[in-house]
Design a protein around this ligand. Structure first.
Ligand code: GLU
Length: 449
């Protein structure tokens, strides 16, 4: 191993030692450090790895108790988190995740990824993530509201439009952002629009924010295909998941002439060779908070519903993992390679395991990591902050056009940086290096703080 490789390995070992048991965080750090060898060799300022060590240590980690009372009057208890990872480029920015799997290691992995993703957008936003092990599934609106109010009663003191600006992630959508914003407004007595993003359109939200992660992902894929002399027109696409990212990825693929033939949830997947009927899926997911099995029931004999198997067995040209971390493993990647898939782009955060990435690379499949491909969500959050700061409201068209420009710029930045640092066509290296360079330059300028 080269000297720079040894030094980066020492940083990684230190991260593992200082953050025991946080496997997802270790994985996220490792994926970045593995690409920084050529950067450390080229730039003397990073040679001693002091800045890289500092980058791996969150600026602030907040863990708090969230007590609330359920509809039966029983006391309930959850844990809340906010990891304010890096503010060299702007106020801490990143979503909140409500899911029973949430613990410090998940929040740190997401916060760490967010630094590089936000940096790649070219916009002035730092990196953070938060959430709770609260499970919104099966909870009434009133319970979700009381939980959100309790959560914000602690978190508000750490937030502010110039300090830390949360948004949604898994389990946190417009409903939750509404309750959180209402409580923040009540406690602080400030109508501070820029303190949260993903707001509703009548109370400071931006057009396209709901659609942004899914739309942005597909804009990115369009660029990947274009770079390979290909297009989405007539392409067969498989999208895992059926949440906010998946739904709007499906919509944009259909608008651009491709066909999404399968989607999933934690229970199973559905194959609809006519293309997923998005109106039906949205009605089931958004109005009824139902499952994809309900979609299969509603479509009758026309579709296949499969439980307990991998969605990656469905043949496709383009695969978009949009569900959750580590959902696409080596076996899934081998299935994709086996039936001639050409492009994989991550809509979720870190859905592809390191082993699966190797399989895709060996098979010559073009692969884009989430920190580049799903940056459209947070980029549009930054556009929401811009509108809030200017007390302005943009049209749908104007906002979508900006999103398209940003995604094309992220794509080009990845490819140009990969080329410059000796890994042509490698979106993973390009995203990690380009994301790192911008934040690292700012950290150097701001001194050892
Ligand atoms: N949770 C989203 C992400 O993973 C969006 C965060 C935001 O808009 O702040 O990037």
């Amino acid at each position: 191993m080269s000297q720079s490789g040894d030094r980066l390995k020492a940083v990684y070992d230190e991260v593992v030692g200082r953050n025991p048991g946080e496997e997802e965080f270790h994985q996220a750090v490792r994926e970045v450090l593995e690409n920084l060898g050529p950067v450390v060799e080229k730039h003397a300022a990073f040679a001693d790895t002091a800045l890289i060590r500092r980058l791996c240590e969150p600026e602030r980690q907040i863990i708090f108790r969230v007590p609330w009372v359920d509809d039966d009057g029983r006391p309930q208890l959850n844990r809340g988190f906010r990891v304010e990872f890096n503010s060299a480029l702007g106020p801490y920015k990143g979503g909140l995740r409500f899911h029973p799997s949430v613990y410090l290691g998940i929040v740190k992995f997401l916060g760490f990824e967010q630094i590089f993703k936000n940096s790649l957008t070219g916009l002035p936003i730092g990196g953070a993530k938060g959430g709770s092990d609260f499970d919104p599934k099966g909870r009434s609106d009133a319970e979700v509201m009381r939980f959100c109010q309790s959560f914000m009663t602690e978190l508000y003191r750490h937030l502010g439009e110039h300090t830390d600006v949360p948004a949604g992630d898994t389990g946190v959508g417009r409903r939750e952002i509404g309750y959180l914003f209402g409580q923040y407004k009540r406690i602080t007595n400030r109508y501070e629009l820029g303190v949260l993003t993903g707001k509703g359109l009548t109370w400071g939200g931006s057009q396209v924010r709901t659609e942004a992660t899914g739309y942005g992902l597909v804009f990115f894929v369009e660029e990947m295909l274009r770079a390979a002399g290909d297009s989405l027109d007539g392409a067969k696409v498989v999208v895992s998941g059926s949440g906010n990212v998946a739904v709007y990825a499906i919509e944009k693929v259909h608008q651009l002439g491709g066909s999404v033939v399968a989607c999933s949830d934690s229970g199973g997947f559905v194959v609809d060779e006519d293309g997923i009927d998005l109106d039906l899926l949205r009605e089931i997911k958004e109005q009824r908070r139902g499952r994809v099995s309900d979609y299969a029931d509603a479509r009758g004999g026309k579709v296949r519903y499969v439980e307990g198997e991998s969605i990656w067995s469905v043949p496709c040209d383009v695969a978009l993992p949009c569900a959750t971390q580590n959902e696409l493993d080596e076996a899934g990647a081998e299935q994709l390679a086996g039936h001639g898939c050409r492009v994989v782009a991550e809509g979720a955060n870190m859905p592809t395991t390191p082993g699966a990435i190797r399989v895709l690379r060996d098979a010559g499949i073009s692969f884009a990591p989430g920190k580049a491909a799903n940056a459209g969500g947070v980029a549009t959050s930054a556009l929401e902050m811009q509108q809030n700061a200017a007390r302005d409201v943009w049209t749908f068209e104007q906002t979508e056009q900006r999103l398209g420009e940003i995604m094309r710029a992220v794509h080009d930045r990845c490819l140009e940086t990969a080329e410059e640092y000796g890994s042509p066509g490698d979106y993973v290296a390009g995203a990690n290096i380009a994301g790192f360079l911008r934040v690292a330059e700012a950290m150097l300028a701001l001194g050892h703080v």
